[in-house]
Ligand binder design. Sequence first.
Ligand code: SIN
Ligand code: CO
Length: 379
Amino acid sequence: MFNLNLGNLTPEQFLTEYWQKKPHIFRQGFKNFEDPISPDELAGLASDEMVESRLVWQKDDQWNAAFGPFESYDHLGEKDWSLIVQAVDYWAPEAAAMIEPFRFIPNWRLDDLMVSFASEGGSVGPHIDHYDVFICQGSGKRHWRVGDRGDLKEYAAHEALLHVEPFEAIIDEILQPGDILYIPPGFPHEGIGLEPSMSFSVGFRTNSATDMMSGLADFMIDKELGKQLIEDPDRDISVTPGVINDRDLARITQHLQTVIGNKKIMTHFAGCYFTTAKHELDIEIPEPLFKTNDTINAISDQPLSRLGGLRCSYFEESVDDGIFYINGEQYNLSASLSAAIKLLCNQQQIELSDISDWTDNDEFMNFITRMINEGYWYF
Ligand code: SIN
Ligand code: CO
């Protein structure tokens, strides 16, 4: 279990003063921190083709990058390289536990846990990210520089590495095991290993209108929505046929707004879109499949865990109708189960005492059993 120590700040104060506004170092944010996975285990993950990994190294002042899987690192020598593994929370529950203290930010904003190993001098280079990140220093030390937001030029230091021009540091510090550096989107930064070191980055994504519009279009096509055509039975005569006049532009905009302004469509879309996993889930179907009684017996002995990376959310308005979303799908249980649905979406682990009100409820227990059989929850 990881306990987050924000120094003299409460999570509310952190959100008001720093979140999306300015970077900050929380010294000993995790006291007595020990790496939840070792460099060797990280290398093991990076050898799996299902796992997204990257190597970045410098040789003769040239930046290089390659995508995994990787079998060996011997050719890289002792210095100036770094291994980055994405979505480690999908594969390693011990590491996924590091996300839990950050749940004061809701599930839909979470991206993933990225873990990196850097040798002495190892770095991915100076760059800008478009997400919020808590970089938790594991074993070893890294030197971090963070600059202010500004109009900095980005350039490709290698075809797979977008770097940023030199910047003046507003933070220039060495992180020790357990220290946490929070960086909002848009702040240039660079971390360089001072010795072999691990770092664990809990990232929170933001979405552009382009991403969401494209997701909305896919959703509408999939659900066969929005097929109504623009109508204009009230058309005026046009003496300048080349013009799309203000009235017509308003008509076009209004036609699109009937979709964006439709709360039912938007909740259904946002529920599916924001619960879709970004990476492949590590799904294991139990064998033999569970029966409802097996679930009750098993949860009496041990907690039920949600699969790493699985996203679950509900809306305040529709959860009371029993509607919620898991991994890009809408589910609907009886309205009387809304408290149970909130529990499933809010908690990573469920114990018998959490569900004691519903162990006799067939609908709920059958649903949980179905989720176990789909590999979404596991013992
Ligand atoms: C790293 O962990 O090496 C890079 C993290 C980052 O700068 O985003
Ligand atoms: Co970064």
